[in-house]
Design a protein around this ligand. Structure first.
Ligand code: SF4
Length: 715
């Protein structure tokens, strides 16, 4: 059997596409690429009440799919993708996020990642709140969901080049009705390239068709190696086809309410964005100069926080490089339009050398990751960004793992013999690209670094005799996932923001550096614990409903600073209550939104426990994220640290050696982190070992017997 697309059909299911109602399609799609099974599963009222949608639905489906011993590369592991109930509206900025959940090859536990592009909304409008992909195929397959005609197919892939910039373009043309842009717009794909296959830090690329450039572009679900799971299952791509998105495709309960909220945010964006973050012209790149100024930009594997050459890769450079005047929203109707791109970039290395390409981005994290390797060359940033994306490699994990390897090289742990001839001194952009291409091919030292910091720490100890304690201190990973790109040494709350994040050190749970370090708004442990309760819960909510976080606080009402709690952006929180009620018809208060998140957040913590993680020891952080590991780091901020010893620790540093001062400061800071954990666990309703108490589960109404059974031993 062959489709009109030319691929052999392995398995197929027809269905009657039903329109979404009040934000929900009412069913999820299960596809087993190993057995060929395809089925529809109902969305119950209890699922909506307890898990809301998006990440919540993903966690619930995954929970029921795996057992306590499932590993990331077992067939029963799933990749679950879905929008949330608000996902897909076009009347408010930033409503096109997809949420992805799986068991991670880097952490061994459950991972969630959010991403732009059109896949999640198209999936829902095709009739599915989520897609679960389970099993493992023998040969590469494509899963095709045709929401226009009501069919789901597992197809045998014949694609030769799996790298995303080639594959997403090929598939858009193969699955669209014609090559007309309006037909190409109806296609969204998910893919991961060969780097995802050959490393453990693979990302997923979600496409959207750029009507001005007339090409598919991609956004990444970057964290935790879900692209690696995808390729391990031998999935070449997921394709969804849906035409005719309209402002009321969600069939919202109150479209006028959504429109009014949309008018408010759009007015702010058009009037204030250029004088605030200027996201519409420079996106997240404005953070480079801010972080550099406040000593927060990671330099040389997070040793330092600023660098005199940072201006070479700061936002004025990107304002010049980004192709301006394009509508750069990664979902329809997003007036914030921050997903910029650089067109006509000529590649200088690798398998596509000499080709002119469009580079999606760069975003702040990718640029800061380059600084972390000591590289301040915008051409390098673009080349690295492009190849990471097309190979399906997470730029954050790549740059952080590379920075670690570079420090090991400079410390004499590695040499040219161990790196297969690569000189890995900080700043060597040629070596960094060579190694990236090795990851793409699964060869050489690149394939080793691509296993991620946690695994290569062990290797460097066993093979090269490295000191495990030193590697533990400088290897910037927690729970097995590489840190994203902020220096946290001077912000205890942000150390917690990373260390206490459920999935690992990613800033999308809590970003508290300015509240804590710069503005001193949360001075006590109680204040910090409150912030580490509220903000992770709040940010979790975006992932439940399918929203992008950026229009929450990267644009602010003109009078926001005069409100009681400017960090929460109260007016926007009210907008979000309007959005939820306007779509679902369920009235909510700001506290209700937090409660929705708290349920899912605690459920995810229990899920971590179920998989053998989620305890206090798993929230431990590398000392580099809390303070100076080396004398060189101490000396670089000697005045500040001496002052802290005097004022905070009560020790006179006069006459002490630097080594003694490092030790004294470390004892103090490590104790502070433990006290922070104590305070946060209490605020969250967890035991001192970090497990949710049974009372907390009862309060949140998630005390299902199988959930209680997991936490009982830790009470
Ligand atoms: S704000 Fe930026 S990242 Fe968020 S949805 Fe809009 S364009 Fe995409």
């Amino acid at each position: 059997m062959a489709t009109n697309t030319g691929y052999r059909v392995i398995s197929e299911m027809s269905y009657e596409p039903s329109p979404a109602n009040c934000g929900y399609a009412g069913q999820t799609l299960y596809v087993n690429i190993g057995t060929g099974e395809i089925e529809s599963r109902p969305v119950t009222q209890e699922m909506k009440d307890k898990f809301v949608g998006g990440r919540g639905f993903g966690l619930w489906r995954l929970w029921n799919a795996v057992n306590n011993d499932t590993k990331w590369d077992d067939p029963e592991n799933e990749i679950v993708i879905g929008a949330g109930p608000i996902g897909g509206i076009t009347t408010y900025a930033g409503a096109g996020k997809s949420l992805v959940v799986s068991l991670s090859p880097t952490t061994g536990s459950v991972i969630d990642s959010n991403v732009g592009g059109y896949f999640g909304p198209y999936l829902k409008f095709s009739g599915w709140d989520s897609l679960e992909v389970q099993g493992k195929a023998d040969k590469d397959v494509i899963v095709f969901i045709d929401g226009d005609n009501g069919s789901v197919q597992i197809l045998e892939s014949v694609e030769k080049d799996l790298n995303t910039h080639i594959l997403s373009e090929r598939l858009a043309h193969a699955f669209a009705e014609s090559d007309a842009p309006r037909d190409l717009l109806a296609i969204s794909t998910v893919s991961a390239g060969l780097g995802a296959q050959h490393t453990h830090i693979g990302c997923l690329n979600f496409s959207f068709f750029d009507m001005k450039r007339k090409i598919p572009r991609v956004k990444q679900a970057g964290r935790g190696g879900i692209g690696t799971v995808f390729r391990d299952k031998k999935i070449a791509a997921l394709v969804v086809k849906y035409s005719g998105v309209r402002p009321d495709s969600n069939h919202p309960a109150d479209l006028e309410r959504l429109k009014r909220a949309g008018e408010r945010i759009n007015k702010e964006i058009f009037e204030l964005d250029s004088s605030q973050c200027d996201m519409r012209h420079i996106g997240t790149t404005h953070l480079v100069e801010i972080m550099n100024e406040y000593d927060l930009l990671p330099i040389h594997n997070y040793k330092f926080g600023s660098h005199p050459e940072a201006d070479k890769i700061s936002s004025p450079v990107w304002r010049e490089r980004f192709t301006q005047g394009m509508p750069d929203g990664c979902w329809l109707g997003c007036t914030m339009s921050c997903s910029h791109a650089v067109d006509h970039f000529s590649l200088k290395t690798g398998p596509y050398k000499g080709t002119e390409v469009t580079v999606d981005g760069p975003e702040y994290e990718t640029i800061a990751g380059s600084a972390n390797m000591g590289i301040f060359d915008p051409d390098f940033v673009l080349e690295m960004n492009f190849y990471c994306d097309t190979y399906g490699i997470d730029t954050i994990s790549y740059t952080t793992a590379m920075a670690f390897a570079m420090e090991c090289y400079e410390a004499g742990i590695l040499n040219e013999e161990s790196t297969n001839g690569l000189d890995l001194h900080f700043g060597n952009s040629e070596a960094a690209l060579t190694l990236l291409h090795e990851m793409g091919r699964g060869e050489g030292f690149g394939a080793i670094v691509g296993q991620g910091i946690r695994k290569i720490k062990k290797l460097f100890v066993n093979k090269y005799g490295a000191d495990p304690a030193f590697l533990q201190d400088i290897g910037m990973e927690c729970k097995g996932m590489e840190y994203s790109e902020y220096v946290t040494k001077e912000s205890l709350a942000m150390q917690g923001g990373y260390g206490l994040a459920l999935k690992g050190p990613q800033h999308d749970e809590a970003w508290l550096i300015f509240m804590d370090m710069v503005n001193n708004q949360i001075p006590t442990f109680k204040d910090k614990a409150e912030a580490l309760h509220y903000f992770p819960m709040w940010r979790t909510w975006f992932g439940l409903v399918g929203l992008c976080k950026l229009p929450w606080n990267d644009i602010e009402p003109a009078d926001n600073a005069q409100t009681d709690e400017p960090a929460k952006v109260p007016e926007h929180v009210r907008n979000y209550c309007d959005l939820f009620a306007g779509v679902t018809g369920v009235k909510v208060t700001p506290n209700d939104l937090i409660l929705q998140s708290e349920r899912v957040y605690n459920f995810q913590r229990v899920f971590n426990l179920r998989m053998g993680y989620g305890r206090r020891k798993h929230d431990a952080i590398p000392y580099r994220s809390a303070g100076p590991v080396t004398q060189e780091e101490y000396d670089s901020r000697a005045q500040r640290y001496d002052e802290q010893l005097r004022e905070k620790v009560g020790i006179d540093p006069e006459g002490m050696s630097t080594a003694e001062k490092v030790k004294a400061l470390r004892a103090f800071r490590e104790e502070q982190y433990e006290k922070l954990c104590d305070a946060v666990y209490v605020r969250r309703g967890w035991t001192s070992d970090g497990a949710p108490t049974i009372e907390t589960l009862k309060r949140l109404k998630i005390d299902f017997p199988e959930v209680v059974e997991i936490v009982r031993p830790y009470q």
